[in-house]
Design a protein around this ligand. Structure first.
Ligand code: GTP
Length: 371
């Protein structure tokens, strides 16, 4: 689909947009399987809406209306849901890679459709609280060719680590190191001058983290950092997805897509929750889901149409679309695929993943010998 990149002023006249946004949403989301077998990661429901809607609302809130989605895996799902983006106040277009080109290749692939000089690029799986306008301001005032948003974290070892000099200029880009020299990590939001995107090799997979940034630095060119301590979470793993969802519900993670924080739980339209069920820890109960008597859900994400039967306990886990957790089952730190059935009194713990449609009989898996 071709991209239309004009925005409209208050009188409805087309004006050239000074900043465009590109959101990379083409990844397969392997770490979130089996949930990502049926939906791309950015479209998984998070606090009542596809995750991507939270990010798009943040972009709109920063005054940017012209947004391109760089799609590949299950590309049609995005267009089917968002269309031209007008429901969110956006002018949305789609550029699809037939074969996934990686993060750098995905950025290069949209080059011909870009018209603005300044391009904001987002990984489509980041939940963040930073004001995007501040990142743009840092880019514009420093005169850099590229600006990276960095956040300070407690343990940077699992992330791309980015040291800077006294002027906030990036000095190195170190992917996942055991001995990080700084706690500043790549937050997955970048500002590019459009011309730099044109320099990325075309037509082959390229990693922006492993190839593009190190190559720009090796040439002695200027990459600026925008560093802050705002809320930030990469939603790529079940642990982070569960935490991020709960943080949205509790108002710890800000989102313009949620009218207001909901407290300890969010129960969506048409859900049926027994009066004596306990919903805490930022639990979400999806549309049409059913929660039985005495069930206890703590930090649970229950997708639409799923059931948690009487007396079951679900902690820090995701229950897929139309899945069933049987009575008195214990489900902790687990992902249950769509339409799977976990039998009564089963125990699923510590990273278990039940594949879609699988049926585990009553008492079928236990970690204890009680009956
Ligand atoms: P994992 O397989 O679990 O690592 O997830 P992923 O495929 O989403 O990869 P990763 O988390 O590293 O991707 C970061 C962001 O870039 C996500 O928003 C992805 O959708 C996006 N992305 C990753 N690879 C590609 C690609 O080849 N093309 C496009 N357009 N986007 C990509």
């Amino acid at each position: 689909m071709s991209a239309a990149h004009d925005t409209v002023d208050k009188e409805g006249n087309a004006v050239s947009s000074p900043v465009q946004a590109l959101v990379l949403v083409g990844g397969k989301g392997t770490r979130l399987r089996p949930l990502t077998l049926s939906a791309p990661k950015p479209m998984l429901p998070t606090a009542g809406t596809p995750f991507l809607t939270h990010l798009l609302s943040r972009i709109r809130e920063a005054g940017i209306t012209d947004v391109v989605l760089g799609t590949s895996y299950q590309a049609h799902v995005f267009a089917d849901h968002y269309g031209d983006g007008s429901a969110l106040g956006l002018n949305l277009s789609y550029i699809t890679e037939d074969v996934p080109l990686g993060t750098g290749g995905g950025i290069r692939n949209v080059y011909d459709a870009l018209t603005a000089d300044t391009i904001l690029v987002f990984n489509g799986d980041v939940l963040g609280g930073t004001d995007i306008r501040d990142v743009l301001e840092t880019h514009q005032s420093s005169g850099a060719e590229v600006t990276l948003h960095l956040v300070r974290v407690g343990d940077p070892r699992a992330f791309g680590c980015v040291p800077t000099d006294a002027n906030g200029r990036v000095t190195a880009f170190l992917e996942k190191t055991q001995d990080p020299p700084t706690n500043q990590i790549n937050a997955g939001t970048y500002v590019f001058q459009r011309s730099v995107i044109g320099e990325i090799p075309a037509g082959r997979p390229v990693s922006v983290e492993r190839e593009v940034f190190p190559s720009i630095l090796a040439q002695g060119r200027h990459i600026q950092a925008h560093v802050d301590d705002a809320y930030w979470r990469d939603m790529g793993t079940p642990e982070d997805f569960v935490r991020g969802s709960a943080d949205l519900v509790r108002g710890i993670a800000p989102s313009a897509a949620l009218a207001k924080p909901c407290g300890e739980s969010l129960v969506l339209d048409g859900a049926d929750v027994a009066r004596d069920a306990v919903l805490i820890g930022g639990t979400v109960v999806g549309r049409g889901a059913r929660i039985g008597s005495g069930a206890r859900l703590d930090g649970a994400v229950v997708f639409d149409g799923a059931s948690v039967e009487a007396g079951a306990v679900v902690e820090r886990s995701i229950v897929g679309f139309d899945a069933v957790v049987g009575s008195h089952a214990l489900v902790r730190d687990t992902v249950i695929g769509d339409r799977a059935v976990v039998g009564a009194r089963c125990e699923l713990l510590r990273g278990a993943r039940v594949w879609p449609g699988v049926e585990i009989p009553d008492n079928g898996i236990r970690f204890s010998t009680d009956v």
